[in-house]
Each structure stands twice: as structure tokens, then as C-alpha cells.
Design a binder for this molecule. Sequence first.
Ligand code: PLP
Length: 380
Amino acid sequence: MKVRYFDHAATTPVSENVLKAMIPYFTYEYGNASSLYTIGRQSKKAIEEARKKVANAIGAKQHEIYFTSCGSESDNLALKGVAYAHREKGKHIITSKIEHPAVLNSCKTLERQGFEVTYLDVDERGFVNIEQLMQSIKPTTILISIMFANNEIGTLQPIKIIGNIAKQKGILFHTDSVQAVGNVKIDVNQLNIDMLSMSAHKFYGPKGIGALYVREGVEFEKIQDGGHQERDKRAGTENVAEIVGLGEAIEEVYQNYEEYNKKLMNLREYYISETQKRIPNVKLNGDKQNRLPGNANLSFPGVNAQELLLELDQKGICASAGSACSTGQTSPSHVLTAIGLTPELAEGTLRVTFGKDNSKEDVEYLVNSLEEIINKIMNN
Ligand code: PLP
């Protein structure tokens, strides 16, 4: 059966060019980047070229990019790194209720270590409350960490406004941009971003490699002891092949940005309008305009999304539910709860995220399948 993949927010396939660029570093270019002989120096050179590509993609300087093992590590390094380096100045951090667990659980750890965290509310479209942000700032606030794009509902936050507020108040601003990089054009200087997390597997690069942008002059502590790699901020022998893959992937995705963005938006709009036409009472979650180009998060009242996913899987369709299933129990997602969905509606929420290999015909197949399955569920 043909697999139709609509879960690009979970991960993306590695692009052919990316894989090609990586292969030499798994085979004959295997030198340790810290070694002084030729193949070591070649690995070092490849890393620096990738660093330049990552920096160029977001308007940063090459030495402002640190390679990590994933988006989660970048988030941990940003939050804990800033907290530990600035604890003398203050111990207050501001974030939102809809962050990824990599940020939320880093905050929980910091709270156990004596830091204070304010979790901002969001409105029904998923936007943080700017008034509440302003009111939450204290003399002890050292960091604001707000995600660029939400991984479930796709809402894009007013990053420029938040960046300006942080700058005016002299507070560092980190943004988890794991879902945004590749899908949104980002310039860290225009947006006043001090730190930014990304992860290659969300934009056709390999899994297990991420990067953290840190503005020149921003102090942060390393969170892992070991060697002096990554300018003494991230110990561990560099994963040369994957770093090369990250560099290639980010360059490729932004080279084709306009076309890619338009394609995703068209697929998304077609899917949303067809689904709403053919299935009663469908609710779109997140903002209609300010959302990730490929994200459609819909609630189907009276439907259990876990059941829906299993039925879709039978038809070769990969998508995602709005509820996390842990230890056999389905609990409503913290994001859907924060935007005010009832547990029943959250339970019937399906996230579909489009990618470069999806076609209109794929979307037709998806909508036909949804209509058929939901009719069957409703009539049971
Ligand atoms: N932040 C966001 C918003 C994400 O969507 C994800 C992954 O889904 C992460 C962080 C974690 O990234 P990684 O899977 O590379 O650890």
C-alpha cells in the first residue's frame, strides 16, 4: 500500500542532496575534527562550512552557531545555560503554557533549583498575552523564552514584538524555532532574537542534530562536561556527517523557500476547506492566517482521534492526534487545554502537517478517507 505521509511536524524524510553530502563523512572522510592531520582538518573545514550555511540562513554570524544533538538539547542549553550564567542578576524566567516539553521541563528543573518561572496564558488562537508578558517582567527577570511556532496548532507568535520588549527591558530572548526554521523566513537581528533553537529533522535533514544560535556577547554556561568542542560550550566529538547534513538541509530548504511555502499553504487551505465542506462541525485550531504554512489542526466533535489514526493507518495515512497517549491513558494535550478546548474536543483533534512530497491528489485521498471513516464512526 502506498504510504501517504502527513506528519512533517513530527519529522521529515532526509532529502537526496542532504544524504549525498553526508555520505563521505561516514566513509572516507572520517577524521576527528580535533585531529591535526589532513583528514581531521577536512572534517573541521566541513563543520565550519555547515556553520556558515546555518548562520547565513538566519542572518547570524558563523561563530554565533553552536551544534548540539537535537532541538531538545538546544532548548536545554539555552534555558539552563542562561539561568546558571545569570543567577547572580536574577532568577526569574518567563515562558508560555504551550511550549514544547524541552522548554517546559527545563523550566520545571530550574524551579526545583530555586528559579522562578512565569507561564504566560495564550488566547483561543494560541497567541501569548503581550499585556501579561509586560506585567510579568520584574527586576529579576533574566530570560524570556517563547516559541516561534507551535508544534501542535501551528500558531506563529508575534516574535518581533516580544523581541523588542525584551531588548527594551534588557532581558535575553530565546525562541524555540524547531518548527519555524525551514517554514518561516527568520532574521535574528530584525527580530531581536538573542538565542534560537533548531533541529535538522524538521526540514529534510537527519535526526539527531540541532543547533543553537547565541548572539555574540550573550553569556551562557555549558551544561555538559567534557572536551573543549564548540568553543567550550558543548563537549563531545563533533558529529561531522550530521552537521554537514544540517548545513545542506537548511541551505536547500531556503533556496526553494517561496515555492515550498506556497505549495504547503495551498495544500493546507485546500484540505481545510474541503474537510469543512464535507464533514459537519469541524473546528480549526490556531490562527487562520498566522500559522505554519503546512499545519492544519482540526477538531472533529464526537470522534476519538486515536481510533481515527488507527483507521487512517489502515489506509496508509500517517497523521497525528492532539492528545498524548501515555501509560495507556489518553490525556488532553497541554496546548489544546491552554487554548480552551474541552477534553472531548481535544480528544477528537487531528494534526495534519504537509511536506514537499505531498500532492493535491494525496489531499483528496486524505479527505475522502476522513469522510468515510468519520461517517462510519458516527453511525456506529
Ligand atoms: N521544540 C519543538 C517546538 C518541537 O516541535 C520539537 C520536536 O518535535 C522539539 C523542540 C524537540 O526537537 P528534537 O526532536 O530535535 O529534540
